[in-house]
Design a protein around this ligand. Sequence first.
Ligand SMILES: [Zn+2]
Ligand SMILES: [Zn+2]
Length: 350
Amino acid sequence: MSSLETMRRAVIVGPRQVEIQEAPLPALAPDDVLVRVRHSALCTFEQRAYSGADTRFYPLLGGHEMAGVVEAIGAQVLNVQVGDKVAIWAIDRCGSCYSCRRGQACDNVWFKRAGAEKTKGPTGPAGLATHKLAKEYQVFKLAPDTDLLEASLTEPLACVLRSVNQADVKAGDTVVVVGGGVMGLLHTMLARGRGAQVIVSEPHAQRRQDSARFGAQHAIDPINENFVERVKAFTNGRGADVVIVATSAVPALQSAFGAVCKGGRVMVYARMEPKGATISVDPNLFHDSEIVLSGTISTSPEEFQQAAEIVSTHALDLRSIISVTYPLDEIQPAFEASMDLGTYRVVVNT
Ligand SMILES: [Zn+2]
Ligand SMILES: [Zn+2]
């Protein structure tokens, strides 16, 4: 049993400083599931901690997009067995607060619940590791023939599903996805899968070109083209049914209001930067044109389950979004690669 007693994990200790540490395997509570993580994807949250853009959580156990195989279960676990392939919802909801019970984002975000300010040891979603201890409710079973590399994207897919659900993307709609990064491409694939026409707006030439592979019918260069005029040109002058803002650029959100049709929906998917930035909109646009402005953060258990089904049945080719993989020992080059605009998801094989 000695090999079961320690695990290896990546700890972000400071800007551009990440270490691989050995740690004891935690003891299993009756409702715990111990997962042997196989793949862990590097998301913006981890990239910002690594680059030094977000210094709040050092030492951080990053990694919230992961898939693996169940290695051990607590005595009360009923829904998964040793050997099952699973995805884990690491940045979850507490389930007990008022907002959780209303189906909204949790009032007690993970770092509040982890007592990050008080504990001495590293804390975080902890998926960049050989093992991840999760509660049974955080573990989502996948089909036995699921591609676990693809399954590492279950969490981002679940977040994008929530966005597409809230924006009410329907067959025959025209959906403009602003931002051709990983989240923009997941929106593109899901909207296309629902029978919508998709237009991607993206300043980076290669990303703009790539968007066609993921299902976009048209691409707009928002720097050298007039965004609103181009959207109108693709929609018989009416404007798009849905504009999803999957970039943190505030001007992109501002211009979305000129590009939606009557009854159209503007979805703020990304966190806008800088913090405190504002937009200005004629309020009569909402009255006269019945436009809906909405936003979304994270996901719900229902949508995580939906994403797990999509991954299990390979309904989308998520593999095409993974640009490159690195072993856990090469975590530093993996992070460097993840910040290159030429890559989409970078995944660490643990
Ligand atoms: Zn993520
Ligand atoms: Zn909660």
